[in-house]
Design a protein around this ligand. Structure first.
Ligand code: THG
Length: 374
């Protein structure tokens, strides 16, 4: 589909950083959790090279938090995910897919434990607050479920640590991956974690007060001038090379967590109370579809195989054997990268695929350096 203009109103919520994002020349947005999420500044490719070499500040406020607060908070969060959270420490984050009782994926957030009875679910794009409220009602849990005034701002790229340390102090340098600290900015403590939706390294600052957003943005830009800091956003090219999945594209609530390549984040043997674990255990060896990566040495005309549900058909003769859900040409590797879901019986033992007349290789996900460079 060609690019279109998005109509923006109060319903497509702005963020604490939107005025700065506009001033920085944002070229396109998507809507994520009913909020604006920038997708392009200069161009996807120019944004990519800058991200891989310097440092960018990303308005990812649309990764909204659902706060679960109260004596039953840990129980409710564990009910929602098949990942074992029992050993999670305070100020630690975990990538924790959320599934329904059939093992279907409802969201793939980062779950952050602030304390035993206070958790944030840092959302991908679906209305998990409503689901959490429903479960709290049905299970008669002693919790409050709400969207707090918390807006993540990501700082990503090889110079991110240096920039965040200039604003928050050297304490950030000892923060490990998916851990965080409460650090002060203008006298206000905020959660700063080593995380973010790229493989270039970096931090996420969870702004806890809307009216401090522009001051935080300005402080990062003032401190980072000599680091060539600029505004950026989750990058469609970098995230596909990294094999990071996007909820709504790579997986939906019609796919179960096993067939989307999320198996490594599930703890099927855990002795925890989770709504989806019984179903996922029962179907672990009965999967009919698998997640597959594909690499092509020439650009593929995916538009010619676009289906009418937003993806691209994988055909074997006349038979549709799967769907590519994300794809992009990589100028770095000079390959067309694709991720999708295909029939397991078709996939077994198969090394090659043909799409729109181009021969490609079937590879494992996430893409390995060897496969990308081959
Ligand atoms: N940051 C915050 N919230 C988010 C995202 C984020 N919410 C939506 C979306 N991104 C959630 N999806 C992901 C997917 C992958 C990762 C993070 C968020 C990720 N995964 C690592 C990996 O796959 O190597 C590590 C996972 C782990 O070890 O637990 O980083 O970006 N606040």
């Amino acid at each position: 589909m060609s690019e279109k203009i998005l109509s923006i109103s109060k319903r497509t919520r702005v963020t604490p950083f939107t005025r700065r994002v506009e001033a920085a020349g944002v070229k396109a947005y998507t809507v994520y959790n009913h909020m604006l999420l920038p997708t392009v500044f200069e161009s996807v490719e120019a944004d990519y090279w800058h991200l891989c070499e310097h440092v960018q500040v990303w308005d990812v406020a649309a990764e909204r938090q659902v706060e679960i607060n109260g004596p039953d908070a840990a129980r409710l969060v564990q009910l929602m995910t098949p990942r074992d959270l029992s050993k999670q420490e305070s100020l630690q984050g975990k990538y924790a897919p959320m599934c329904d009782a059939e093992g279907k994926i409802l969201n793939d957030p980062i779950v952050i434990k602030l304390s035993d009875d206070r958790w944030w679910i840092s959302l991908a794009d679906s209305d998990i607050k409503l689901w959490a409220k429903g479960l709290a009602q049905g299970y008669v849990l002693d919790v409050k479920v709400f969207e707090p005034d918390v807006s993540p701002l990501a700082v990503q790229g090889p110079k991110a640590e240096e920039l965040v340390a200039r604003v928050f102090g050297d304490a950030v340098k000892s923060i490990r991956f998916f851990r965080g600290e409460m650090l002060a900015f203008e006298g206000v403590d905020m959660y700063v974690a080593r995380s973010g939706w790229s493989k270039q390294g970096g931090f996420e600052i969870y702004l806890p007060q809307w009216d401090l957003g522009e001051a935080l943005w300005d402080a990062l830009f003032a401190a980072g001038e000599d680091l060539n800091v600029r505004a950026g956003c989750p990058n469609g090219l970098e995230r596909i090379e990294a094999g990071l999945l996007s909820y709504g594209s790579d997986m939906t609530d019609e796919d179960n967590a096993l067939e989307c390549g999320l198996g490594v984040f599930l703890n099927l043997d855990a002795d925890v109370e989770s709504l989806s674990l019984p179903a996922l255990r029962a179907m672990a060896d009965k999967q009919t579809r698998v997640h597959a990566g594909m690499l092509f040495d020439e650009p593929v005309d995916f538009a010619s195989v676009a289906n009418n549900i937003g993806g691209f058909d994988v055909l074997d003769g006349d038979e549709c054997v799967g769907e590519v859900r994300s794809q992009i040409w990589s100028p770095r590797y000079k390959k067309h990268l694709a991720m999708g879901i295909v029939q397991k019986t078709w996939h077994e033992g198969r090394a090659t695929v043909e799409i729109a007349g181009q021969q490609g290789r079937i590879v494992a996900l996430p893409f390995s350096a060897e496969d990308l460079q081959a």
